[in-house]
Design a protein around this ligand. Sequence first.
Ligand SMILES: Cc1cc2nc3c(=O)[nH]c(=O)nc-3n(C[C@H](O)[C@H](O)[C@H](O)COP(=O)(O)O)c2cc1C
Length: 401
Amino acid sequence: MSRIDDAINIDDLRRMAKRRLPKIMFDFIEGGVEDEVGLRTNANAFRDLRLVPRYYVDTSKREQRATLFGRTYASPFGIAPTGMAGAFRRDAELYLAQAAADADVPYLMSGASNASMEQGAKLAGKNLWYQIYGARNRDVAADLVKRAIDCGLTTIAVTSDVPVASNRERNRRNGFVRPLRMTLPTILEAMLHPAWVINYYRTGGLPMLGNWQPYAAKDATPDQVADLFASQTPDSSQTWRDLETIRNAWPGKLLLKGVMHPEDARLATTMGVDGLIVSNHGGRQLDMMPSPLDMLPMIRAAVGPDVPLLLDSGVRRGSDIVAALCMGADFVLTGRATLYGATAGGLPGVKKAVSILQREIDLVLGQIGAVNLDALGPRYLLDTVRAEEERRNSGAMTARR
Ligand SMILES: Cc1cc2nc3c(=O)[nH]c(=O)nc-3n(C[C@H](O)[C@H](O)[C@H](O)COP(=O)(O)O)c2cc1C
């Protein structure tokens, strides 16, 4: 399978991306950390959920529009930040931005993206959000916020779940480290993916980290800018006070990404964060983390009904998105799912990923008897149905006695 049009589901796009990329690159997208328990935890959390349909509901007119921060999007999902996407497909972030704008969903551009937020904003306008990694030099973080304001962005996210670099063993084994360690087997394997190799070198090799270029010397090479980024992040000395500084400097909507503990969720909301992205970074940080789906009910209980909760990690199907909404999320983000699309086929690839998820959401809404997202809730979850029936049955038994 190779034509984007032939992709039926996200896994098809994943296979196409895998075929196109050398292993050293594909593993960077695909990998988790250490024993990759986190990847399985995320996948299983969705696989273990069961939706119980209701029938004879008129679902002939279904719709999946979702409102977040007063803005209505075409679907209840957006695109999560994935750094260095331009290395997998040149200009990938521009394709992600364009596809998001065309589909009217948000795109949260990575703080480690190759395209700059200024380029993204030009393409995606209000559909562009920006993700910030705190930097050791606090002036850089302050300037990134200022640039987001100058770009007219409405929403930024601060990522909290990278206090230290994570132990990505696939990358270390493959030599995907700085500086890149290309062994003979890695080079020979890469030769099996000539289209990517030719394109990568024809377009200049390692792409620039667009958002960081202004903080490097005027004529800095992409490698030197990447070195600067690596010297500035992760910043293990970050505390809630740094978040407070960003909150005070940023007038728009502020999301905190990577919240997993209910107490952190409470703290974040008391300091004026507008919404939380419940996420374990797609299983790429701490291998023993629970899935965001498992933490969601506790976090919802901690912050109450009014704080928007977004969720990512492990979403590969429209049904995953519907299930997350039933569990209490207001919105969902896709990391690898849309990145597979960008890698496999550029703009048409991202559009395909988005349309696959939209179609699946639509069909699941129809299947379970929900005309729109307002109809979703725990009442579709097997656990809730079971508990409700047990309660009824025990009530009936008591009445009979
Ligand atoms: C290749 C790759 C790069 C990523 N880069 C970033 C990043 O720069 N900033 C960030 O906050 N999260 C980053 N993430 C995490 C995603 O934003 C998101 O949390 C995760 O991919 C969700 O899991 P999923 O891929 O299973 O959907 C990255 C994920 C991947 C796969």
